[in-house]
Write a protein that binds this ligand. Structure first.
Ligand SMILES: C[S@@+](CC[C@H](N)C(=O)[O-])C[C@H]1O[C@@H](n2cnc3c(N)ncnc32)[C@H](O)[C@@H]1O
Length: 272
């Protein structure tokens, strides 16, 4: 089967006038030359689906026109290459590496740091940072006081990747709680902090809030859930604090004992 046949077979509905073998070959060559990534014939559909939005955004009617564009425009070329990277990763992936590192490598590094030396680590091709943060947490270790001391030493961990969207996530260092599950519990407990992303779950925030915005969220909940949530908001507000909810939402239930209406969908916690 020729590459063209393979393209036709794997991409029903994709017009050869829009994306053809020459386009695929050109994109593969550019990607290989720029960043070393090999796109085999089986990746034609992936190339099509990942680049189609960029082709449209660049106002190109065909992939052929887009190929000309990325040859000439380095910024667009970088965008295309980023879109073609595969960023799949997860915390504590291939856990035996972290276990080996913790057991065999880390103790010597810790000693070196404690005697004033430096340690340099590199998470090369870090994607969205799960590998990097897994390594850092492993280094800081299960003893949180010792880890806090290590963090003040001359330890640096470089994270690099060509995919700018992935690097942005790595830098932000914010992940879903469930993504952290593969991490050993002591490391997760020591080195991550929950932001309480599920409003209906536990809230780790200690203090009270002066203002809470929760708009167009409660419309997705049933009445008992809404009433429970808004009562928890009311309890979490400092006296005199403000609560803003969505234009089609109302406070009902026990929260009304704590809140007074100040305007449409604006409430204030009564003074203690
Ligand atoms: C599948 S991820 C692996 C992430 C992590 N290392 C892991 O094992 O979980 C591969 C990453 O390598 C990056 N990558 C591919 N070619 C690269 C290059 N030439 N320079 C830097 N990063 C590259 C991709 O952008 C992608 O985020």
């Amino acid at each position: 089967m020729s590459l063209m046949d393979a393209l036709d077979a794997s991409m029903p509905g994709v017009s050869p006038g829009v994306f053809d073998e020459a386009d695929f070959r050109a994109i593969s060559e550019i990607t290989h030359k720029e960043v070393g990534i090999v796109l085999s014939a089986g990746k034609a559909m992936l190339v099509y689906s990942r680049l189609a939005p960029l082709v449209r955004n660049a106002n190109c009617a065909t992939f052929g026109a887009y190929v000309i564009r990325i040859r000439e425009d380095a910024t667009e070329r970088t965008k295309a290459i980023c879109a073609l990277t595969t960023n799949h990763t997860f915390f504590y992936r291939e856990s035996h590496h972290f276990e080996h590192f913790a057991r065999e490598v880390r103790p010597g590094y810790v000693q070196r740091l404690q005697s004033g030396g430096k340690v340099r680590l590199w998470s090369a091709g870090c994607s969205s940072g799960e590998e990097t943060w897994s390594l850092l947490m492993t280094f800081l270790g299960e003893d949180s006081s010792a880890g806090a001391r290590i963090a003040k030493t001359d330890l640096r961990l470089l994270a690099s990747d060509i995919a700018t969207h992935a690097i942005a996530k790595a830098r932000a260092g914010t992940y879903r709680t469930e993504d952290l599950k593969p991490m050993p519990e002591p490391l997760r407990r020591n080195w991550t902090r929950s932001t309480g992303e599920d409003l209906l779950g536990d809230w780790p925030m200690q203090g009270q809030f002066d203002t809470i915005f929760c708009r167009n969220v409660m419309i997705y909940f049933d009445n008992p859930t809404k009433e429970r949530l808004v009562h928890r908001f009311a309890e979490k507000l400092a006296p005199g604090g403000w609560l803003y909810i969505g234009h089609s939402e109302r406070v009902t239930g026990p929260a009304l004992d704590l809140l007074s209406t100040q305007g449409p969908t604006i409430y204030r916690k009564r003074a203690a």
